[in-house]
Design a protein around this ligand. Structure first.
Ligand code: CDP
Length: 241
């Protein structure tokens, strides 16, 4: 991370946000007809689609677990989602993000209900502006609910970080590129259990605690938006009938 760009002006961030203010978020459940469950999410300049298939027989068969389902989250960034065209297909970064999202989801889905099955979660980032793993996981959670997959809770994700020596919530693109630290977190909002935590850059113990508190605060705000999106979908269905 470079640190030579000024990211705070009179205590305000470059996009005018306060230290604890999220970028605007819009969530819509059930946007794809082919998938069992789906979600479209806009978060600042991020645009993400999530589609859930399954539970269905896991293939190849050697991947099956006789006692529980496996979760296959596949995070992909479209070639046109970033300024410099991204080379299509999986890379080290997308494999890492797919793995941490799969593991986060495995901790809330009631996997024992579906032995030998796989639950496939496709996450497509079509526009990227920092924080796409948080956006992807948050969208995937709504798509899983839309698919009727039993879960102990609806997981949710948000990041916090440090720019110009100040701990802030939800880094934007320049803040991510030129800031000092980024701490993406995912939680189960009901229990407070941490499902994902990664850190890029450096934070003191105090700053880390502040950043974690901010990220969790963000998670709770976004959790309400997830529930609203799910309720709106069922409201629409009731109206059509
Ligand atoms: O997106 P997230 O913050 O979860 O992951 P990151 O690896 O910290 O990437 C931060 C941002 O860098 C992404 O959201 C994209 O906007 C950008 N990026 C890019 O421009 N080209 C890439 N090949 C990968 C990321």
């Amino acid at each position: 991370m470079k640190t030579d760009i000024k990211l705070l002006e009179n205590g305000k961030r470059l996009d005018g946000r306060k230290y604890d203010e999220l970028r605007p978020i819009k969530i819509e459940a059930g946007v794809l007809h082919r998938a069992e469950g789906s979600c479209y999410l806009e978060w600042g300049g991020n645009k993400v689609l999530a589609a859930v298939y399954g539970p269905r027989e896991a293939v190849p068969r050697h991947t099956q677990n006789p006692l529980r389902a496996i979760v296959n989250a596949r995070y992909n960034m479209a070639a046109f989602s970033v300024d410099d065209r991204k080379r299509p297909g999986p890379d080290r970064r997308s494999r890492e993000i797919s793995k941490v999202i799969s593991e986060a989801l495995e901790n809330v889905i009631i996997l024992e209900n579906f032995p030998r099955a796989s639950i496939d979660v496709n996450i497509e980032v079509i526009d990227a502006e920092a924080g796409t793993r948080c956006a992807g996981l948050t969208a995937a959670a709504v798509a899983l609910v839309d698919a009727g997959i039993p879960m102990r809770d609806i997981p949710v994700s948000c990041a916090a970080g440090k720019i110009d020596g100040q701990v802030v919530i939800d880094l934007g693109k320049n803040e991510d590129n030129y800031g000092q630290a980024d701490l993406p977190v995912a939680i189960s909002p009901r229990t407070g259990e941490i499902l994902l935590m990664q850190m890029d850059g450096h934070l003191t113990m105090d700053e880390f605690n502040q950043a974690l508190d901010l990220a969790i605060k963000g998670c709770h705000i976004i959790s309400d938006l997830q529930k609203k999106a799910i309720m709106e979908k069922y409201q629409k269905i009731t109206e059509v009938k």
